[in-house]
Write a protein that binds this ligand. Structure first.
Ligand code: HEM
Ligand code: CU
Length: 598
């Protein structure tokens, strides 16, 4: 019950990990089924519509229901601790964001059991996604993603406000840890990118459910409109995914090199610049649409420009390691593997950014190889690094290092086996999104399928590690890695109120600074006093269930159900507004553990 009503950022972080983790497994299973079908040419295990559904759901699940929620999990679990705050700015909204994502994702996945999953690709290109060419599944896509999208949007706004307003005294913007910086820019991207896809989804909903004409060419609609709306969201989205991974890697590399991050301020500006340029390049997904040479050239140059701030980051990580005392912990192995793997994905990105070349590569496995190098080789390696790094802080137990290394090598080798051959398959002409291929391409595909199984086994080892670790006692010390930032100043796992006394920040890497000054604890910025806590609430859960019910009403055109569902949500909003809840206090006598120590 506690978990259904919680508004605590640490618990909501864990809820995001659990839900995102389950969807990650579902998406992984879909990927394995795809690779089983493609292991040999001309098999007929999952063909036709079934294959399209697997492919669509794999992409949609991984991006919207696994990668993003896991990022939000880290933002929830870590950002308030890194800035010395007691929670996020709006704890209630934070819970609501989680439950909306969860029920949106649930709605989407129920499509498997209710007449078939969406089958128009994760990009849902019109006219494939219009009534004429797709089944009921796309209705689930349209409604599920709208509900989940509201959750993401309010989550992002919450983090913007939190990071702007809730930093501890002395934590200026230019003293914020890099992970918090990337969480901040990611939230800004969410704020500007999500409305674009929401508009697209609403228009598609009108076309599908109420005979609108946004994308019906015969009635004056325009299918390129969908592509613009989708990619104005979609390209920033890929940076929403990668920036937090950059943040995690920056923390991990500097902690395990025992050096401050090289070029901190250039890292910050590179992050901001990548976020900004991320909005200027969406047309590189549309070079082959026929927008003409002028548009293509402008967007090609803007795209290639992103390589500059990205290069700044890569060199700064290398310089951070240079001359450092590098420790090869599992967290750092993922971090070190991230750098070259991500760089490879960036290189193929620049190749794709040349329109003339892209006419060859577009819609081949070359593109598939590219984005898996950046998303799996970048984001997923980053997430795993973050798990090994912050697990003690989140759960109070250190993950097993031996199993961690097995996990790493199986997954890392499997990853390259899976995706490296796909570059060549693409160059040899294998199109993406088809369920068979020329028999001449069997060796590459076979290696790729075997690699995917290695990744699957690696993931099972990770699950095993979680089980083994959770059977140990909670014995993690507050600062297991000799860390530099504020989250390592409080016990593991962090107490409910995080900091007994708000810490005073006196520089970049505040904890390290105090350690170097010979202090055992952070200098507090306030006397010990009673701590104000927000009350839990069941309303976020019920509000989300209301929209979930309404979703079914819209899909099956049963309008009373829509009214009941939306009514539930509105009543919850009313209750929230009229009921005056003052929260509660933790008094100084109850503050058992030392809140701030080094
Ligand atoms: C220097 C950096 C990058 C460049 C120059 C670049 C360039 C490109 C280009 C030109 C395409 C379109 C190819 C085509 O469809 O013909 C593309 C596709 C894609 N890129 Fe990147 N990219 C970069 C980094 C990233 C990152 C960091 C991510 C994600 C974390 C990413 C994710 C994707 C995805 C998901 C697609 C395919 C979308 C689809 O059609 O389904 N890229 N990239
Ligand atoms: Cu892009």
């Amino acid at each position: 019950m506690d978990w259904l009503t919680t508004v605590d950022h640490k618990k909501i972080g864990i809820l995001y990990f659990i839900a995102g983790g389950i969807f990650f497994l579902a998406g992984g299973l879909e990927a394995l089924l795809i690779r089983i079908q493609l292991m040999f040419p001309n098999q007929d295990i999952f063909i036709g519509g079934t294959f399209n559904q697997l492919l669509t759901m794999h992409g949609t699940t991984m991006i919207f229901l696994a990668a993003m929620p896991l990022i939000f999990g880290f933002m929830n679990a870590i950002v308030p601790l890194q800035i010395g705050a007691r929670d996020v700015a709006y704890p209630f909204v934070n819970a609501l964001g989680f439950w909306l994502f969860f029920f949106g994702g649930l709605l989407l996945n129920l499509s498997w059991f209710l007449g078939g999953a969406p089958d128009a690709g994760w990009t849902a290109y019109a006219p494939l996604s219009t009534d004429a060419f797709s089944g009921r599944g796309v209705d689930f896509y349209v409604l599920g993603l709208q509900i989940a999208g509201i959750g993401t949007l309010i989550g992002g706004i919450n983090f913007l406000v939190t990071i702007i307003n809730m930093r501890a005294p002395g934590m200026t913007f230019m003293r914020m840890p890099l992970f918090t910086w990337t969480a901040f820019i990611t939230s800004a991207l969410v704020l500007f990118a999500f409305p674009a896809i929401t508009v697209g989804l609403v228009e598609l909903m009108f076309d599908r459910l109420f005979h609108g004409n946004f994308f019906e060419v015969g009635k004056g609609g325009n299918v390129v409109l969908w592509q613009h709306l989708f990619w104005i969201f979609g390209h920033p989205e890929v940076y929403i995914l990668i920036l937090p991974a950059f943040g995690i890697i920056s923390e991990v590399v500097s902690t395990f090199s025992r050096k401050r991050l090289f070029g901190y301020s250039s890292m910050v500006f590179a992050t901001i610049l990548i976020g900004f340029l991320g909005f200027m390049v969406w047309v590189h997904h549309m070079f082959a649409t026929g927008l003409g040479p002028v548009a293509n050239s402008i967007f090609a140059i803007a795209t290639m420009a992103i390589a500059v701030p990205t290069g700044v980051k890569v060199f700064n990580w290398l310089f951070t390691m240079w001359g450092g005392q590098i420790r090869f912990t599992t967290a750092n192995l993922w971090g070190l593997a991230f750098i070259p793997t991500f760089v490879m994905g960036g290189m193929t990105g620049v190749m794709l950014a040349a329109p003339a070349a892209d006419f060859q590569y577009h819609d081949t496995y070359f593109v598939v190889a590219h984005f898996h190098y950046v998303i799996v080789g970048g984001l997923v390696l980053g997430l795993f690094s973050g798990f090994y790094y912050w697990w003690p802080k989140i759960f109070g137990r250190v993950l097993n290092e031996t199993l961690g290394k097995w996990h790493f090598w199986l997954f890392f080798i499997g990853f390259h086996l899976t995706f490296f051959p796909q570059h060549f398959l693409g160059l040899m002409g294998m199109p993406r999104r088809v369920f068979t291929y020329d028999p001449g391409l069997v060796s590459g595909n076979l290696v790729s399928s075997i690699g995917a199984m290695f990744m699957g086994i690696g993931t099972i080892v990770f699950l095993l590690n979680i089980i083994v670790t959770s059977m140990k006692a909670r014995d993690a010390v507050s600062d297991p890695w000799d860390g530099r930032t504020l989250e390592w100043a409080i016990p593991s796992p962090a107490p409910e109120y995080n900091f007994k006394q708000t810490p005073l920040v006196r520089g970049l890497d505040p904890l390290w600074k105090e350690k170097m000054a010979g202090n055992k604890e952070m200098t507090p910025a306030e006397p010990i006093g009673s701590i104000h806590m927000p009350s839990g609430s069941i309303l976020p859960l019920i509000m989300s269930i209301g929209l979930f019910i309404a979703g079914f009403g819209f899909m099956y055109h049963v309008y009373p159900v829509c009214i009941v569902g939306i009514g539930i949500t509105l009543i919850c909003m009313l209750l929230r507004s009229v009921y005056d809840d003052h929260g509660w206090h933790i008094e100084p006598e109850e503050l058992e553990d030392k809140g701030v120590k080094a």
